[in-house]
Write a protein that binds this ligand. Structure first.
Ligand SMILES: [Zn+2]
Length: 263
């Protein structure tokens, strides 16, 4: 490794003081003081120190160089990204464990209780690279996670916006988008986005420069187990919600009709 100090999480060198303070206070109010929710279920906040981003970027570069020289074939992060690396595979797993336990889970407990936010217990951590001679964009998809943390590490780039189109359960993943679900987000280095894995999204083309993002897909085995046995487990799905409201409306209308008729 190039920078050994990255391999154990050190809160004061990794995170911005505002972020640390909000997490240690550990209340919804303290979280909301640094976190904005520009669209329902999408949480945005400044998180990482610029120096830490730079260190991590050079560590990743070093790792990739080493892999190339040794002619190793490494696992790419997922089916969609050709460029990038799984962080767990080069020794960062303990650091990411702590990132999930002490930072992502407290936030998810408050913001995503309905998808097992308080019981996140495993993760898949990786970096993705976009730009010329890398992947350019990323199609519309959902993540294999309950909660996803997506932090931009740099470098200089234009484009690469994330577009969100509403949360959907397995049954409704291909249904249309309602206007209030349309949200586009522009990355800023050091800033994080936290969203449900089932919140449909994609990334537009990075039109110049290079963009590198750290992603952590956090999963809850408890939530996955419960989902198998419990029906109607998707009140967070935009389409399930819409159908439920529709049913309520027609029931109300029927009730009104009856009461009019009985007058
Ligand atoms: Zn649904």
């Amino acid at each position: 490794p190039l920078h050994r100090e990255l391999y154990a999480l050190n809160p004061t060198t990794f995170f911005l003081p505002t972020f640390l303070k909000a997490i240690s206070d550990n209340t919804e109010q303290s979280f909301r003081s640094i976190i904005s929710e520009p669209s329902p279920g999408i949480f945005v906040f400044p998180m990482l120190q610029p120096d830490f981003c730079e260190l991590l970027l050079s560590e990743i570069e070093n790792f990739e160089k080493w892999v190339a020289e040794a002619k190793f074939r490494i696992m790419r992060p997922n089916r969609m990204n050709r460029y990038g690396a799984v962080l767990d595979d080069f020794g960062l797993e303990p650091m990411l464990d702590r990132l999930m336990d002490d930072f992502v889970r407290p936030l998810s407990r408050v913001f995503f209780p309905e998808v097992g936010g308080s019981s996140l217990d495993s993760h898949h951590g990786f970096v993705v690279e976009y730009g010329e001679d890398k992947d350019l964009d990323l199609g519309f998809h959902v993540d294999d996670s309950e909660v996803t943390l997506n932090v931009c590490l740099g470098k200089e780039f234009s484009g690469g916006e994330l577009f969100f189109r509403g949360s959907r359960c397995e049954r409704h993943v291909n249904t249309g988008t309602h206007s209030e679900e349309v949200f586009d987000y522009s990355h800023v280095p050091g800033r994080a986005v936290l969203h449900r894995g089932r919140h449909r999204h994609g990334a537009r083309a990075t039109t110049s420069g290079h963009r590198i993002n750290l992603l952590m897909w956090c999963r809850s085995s408890v939530f996955r187990e419960m989902k198998l046995y419990q029906k109607d487990f998707s009140d967070w799905c935009g389409e399930c919600n819409r159908m439920k409201k529709e049913r309520q409306r027609s029931t109300c209308a029927a009730t009104r009709l009856v009461s009019l008729y009985l007058i």
